[in-house]
Ligand binder design. Structure first.
Ligand SMILES: Cc1cc2nc3c(=O)[nH]c(=O)nc-3n(C[C@H](O)[C@H](O)[C@H](O)COP(=O)(O)OP(=O)(O)OC[C@H]3O[C@@H](n4cnc5c(N)ncnc54)[C@H](O)[C@@H]3O)c2cc1C
Length: 452
């Protein structure tokens, strides 16, 4: 099958070969999507990719808890039919959102069934399963342990015609030609600076500084801990920029991540880890880990800022270049959005290619912006609810955050409100659903509370 050029665009005809830069979750999902319109797809990654679930240097965040939201589960299942079943056969647990204990803004929400599934597993496990499915695709080949060092462009620099690969012997880079190149190299993507070197305008960057510090440990906990629930999530409060999460993973252990934002410190050793957990607004994490044994020391991670590259605002992008995943937008990880947004972007690309059109860069970034907008609005709005985060708070943000605080308070004994909120933060429903008259009426009726 050959994808045709979108009418009126300068996008390339999808004749044959597409290259995906990076084999993280975005790169893998995008590669699968591209098989709907290209005869050959090559994924290039600088890491030597493991066969199993080993950690790898190109994804340093993979030791930390990664939750796949309902929207991400659905997008990945569309791209890789049967994946969920395979993950569960390999040891992961899939459960309705009512298996999650949530404390948001200091309020313990009533557990609620949404009919949407969440996957409880480690990041390397999910990535390994997706990678295995990608490697089984006849049209996809993977070149690992090779670094991409530049874009190959046409003489007039108006089209990207492939990528340059670092030569192993230190000689001239090898050019890997392609009709379309998709940058999925993550948050530290070199593409904006390569565009500047090629005398194209790089995208504007929007950032909200949050200075999140993570600390993660694995635990062995007794059977039946948390009465069979699989996940605990404790968000920050306006005055308390701390939180944590724990999840049951595929090998029967638990991943426990604690975080602090905006200049506050995350725990660095075992004793401070337990003290930090004890000071959270609900005791669930502290009590659970107190009943078991830590398997390792806290592993740290530092995430400086939400970061969005406004490719959709550029009007002189070279043809043949698309960008996806964290390379376009990386969100404060405490909201667990990145993998799901990447999968939703890939799902959109698959739909466009199945319709017979390879999107132009302009059309692609318009599409991607619509996927990102909701997640960005949620992440930025929630971060600005934390007083210690510095940033401009327009009146609309302040009003919305006050309303959300009331909604969370009312959801402590109204599972319908928990369900509506969970569907929005799970990126299933748009945030506007929380402003439906029936929801507003329930929030107004529900008495605001100050604690759990
Ligand atoms: C601490 C933390 C916790 C998180 N928790 C969650 C969560 O709970 N849920 C969730 O959905 N998301 C979470 N995220 C976000 C998630 O990790 C990313 O959004 C997701 O991995 C998608 O990233 P990506 O594939 O775009 O980039 P990455 O995962 O960063 O992958 C980029 C790939 O590109 C390769 N690469 C880079 N440069 C080159 C080059 N020059 N040549 C060749 N290859 C190259 C790298 O080796 C790597 O394989 C978290 C992030 C952090 C930091």
């Amino acid at each position: 099958m050959r994808a045709t050029t979108e009418p009126g665009s300068d996008a390339p005809a999808g004749t044959g070969h597409a290259v995906v830069m990076g084999a993280g979750m975005a790169g893998l999902a995008v590669a699968k999507a591209l098989t709907a319109g290209f005869e050959r797809v090559t994924i290039v990654d600088r890491d030597r990719l493991p066969v199993g679930t080993d950690h790898r240097p190109g994804v340093p965040q993979d030791r930390h808890l990664h939750l796949l939201l309902p929207s991400g589960v659905e997008a990945l299942e569309t791209l890789f039919p049967g994946l969920l079943e395979e993950l569960c056969a390999g040891g992961a647990t899939a459960g309705d959102t009512d298996r999650i204990r949530m404390c948001l803004n200091g309020h313990r929400l009533a557990p609620a069934h949404t009919g949407h599934r969440v996957v409880f597993a480690s990041r390397p496990f999910v990535e390994a399963h997706v990678r295995r499915r990608v490697c089984e695709e006849r049209r996809i080949s993977v070149r690992d342990n090779v670094r991409i060092v530049g874009l190959a462009v046409s003489d007039d620099r108006g089209r990207v015609e492939g990528v340059e690969l670092a030569a192993s012997n230190g000689g001239d880079p090898e050019v890997l030609p392609a009709e379309v190149v998709v940058d999925c190299t993550g948050r530290r993507s070199p593409v904006p600076s390569w565009l500047a070197e090629l005398r194209h305008r790089p995208p504007e960057v929007e950032e909200l500084d949050v200075q999140v510090r993570y600390a993660t440990r694995r635990y062995e906990l007794p059977d039946g801990v948390l009465d069979g629930d699989h996940h605990v999530l404790v968000g920050p409060t306006p005055a308390g920029p701390r939180g944590g999460a724990m999840t049951y993973v595929e090998d029967g252990t638990w991943l426990v991540t604690l975080f602090a934002m905006a200049g506050d410190r995350a725990p660095a050793d075992g004793a401070s880890f337990e003290r930090f957990a004890e000071e959270l607004p609900i005791p669930d994490i502290h009590e659970a880990i107190g009943a078991g044994r830590a398997i390792d020391d806290p592993a740290p991670y530092r995430f400086p800022a939400n970061r969005r590259l406004r490719y959709e605002r550029l009007d002189d992008l070279p043809g043949g270049l698309l960008v996806a995943g964290d390379a376009v937008c990386s969100f404060n990880p405490i909201y667990g959005q990145g993998m799901s947004v990447a999968a939703m972007e890939a799902q959109l690309l698959q739909a466009r290619l199945r319709a017979g059109t390879c999107p132009s860069a302009r059309a692609w970034f318009r599409d991607v912006a619509t996927v990102i907008d909701t997640a960005w609005q949620l992440a930025i709005g929630s971060d600005l609810a934390v007083e210690a985060v510095e940033g401009r708070r327009p009146l609309s943000t302040r009003i919305l955050n006050r309303y959300l605080a009331r909604l969370q308070a009312a959801a402590t004994d109204d599972p319908r409100l928990t369900s509506r909120l969970t569907r929005v933060v799970g990126l299933v429903d748009p945030p506007s659903r929380l402003l439906w008259p029936t929801t507003v009426a329930s929030v107004v009726r529900g008495a605001p509370r100050s604690g759990t």
